[in-house]
Design a protein around this ligand. Sequence first.
Ligand code: SAH
Length: 326
Amino acid sequence: MTERLDAFMARANAAYYATHDPFADFTTSPEISQVFGEILGLWAAVTWQLLGAPTPTLLVEAGPGRGTLMSDALRAIIQAMPAFRTALRVHFIETSPRLRQEQARRVPDAAWHDDLSSLPDGPTILLANEFLDALPIRQFVRRGTDWLERYVGPSGFEERPIDTVVPAPPATDGDTFERCDAALAFVRALAARFAQHPGAALFLDYGPEHSGLGDSLQALAGGKPADPLGPPGTADLTAHVDFAALAATARAAGASVHGPVPQGMFLAELGLFQRTNRLAQHLRPAEAAAVMEAARRLGEPNRMGRLFKALAIGSPQCPPLPALGG
Ligand code: SAH
């Protein structure tokens, strides 16, 4: 069988997330510090007020993993803005039955969906951490003056003529250009929702600020780099998120765009270090040191603070959103 790279990646990741505990292979911000989810909860609460405090509001998370982010967010929301807790309904977009079970243990009153299409209508705030990077990408390779597209066949990569326009920057022989149609479609669908009802979506993920050339497809198995074309389901496949392409697509679809800003600046402005200090005051010295170290890992530029970015899209008339440089 020969299939386009995005079809292969979709199949491989569906098999991987259905059969593995992904957190044995990699860790994510909400698993590093509870303060991450708390801060995203506070961001959602302030955003809800900026949207006019609509009741009810769907609080949606895409790709919620273990449910850690949402349970930390809800705890912070109850303390800081109980009215928002009363107004919100939790919806999860998750395809893995195995992870749905984990999520139900931490957030029992959620509703689950395979994708955006089955979400009820209404005002919506969506959070997504390391969701877009798991969506399937297409890769185009420059050969002479033409672009060819990567397919996966029995003996590895194959290249075939393209059936699409490749909006790539100037390239020379051998260059690679990536496009995540699934992420762009996700943003377009959100823009359409936000044109009907007040809404905003916050994405945190790994990727450069400007689109460019390069092959960022990577596979992790057992915490180590693996062959992306290994047997489907044995490794987690990800690619860098093209924030510039997402922002341009959102704008073209009529949404407002906020950011991107580096994750470290976003979290620091929302009180990452102050909240962590307060948390540390109630802990024994070794635990206090561990939570401080976790906050530095999320926020420091030479760690996750700069490579990860925060980008939001919102309703057309949405005011500037917290900590996104507006
Ligand atoms: N946000 C979590 C988990 C990140 S891992 C965290 O930060 O810890 C990626 C998550 O996206 C997993 O929950 C995975 O099952 C889910 N996922 C991957 N591809 C998906 C798809 N196409 N549709 C819905 N969920 C998907």
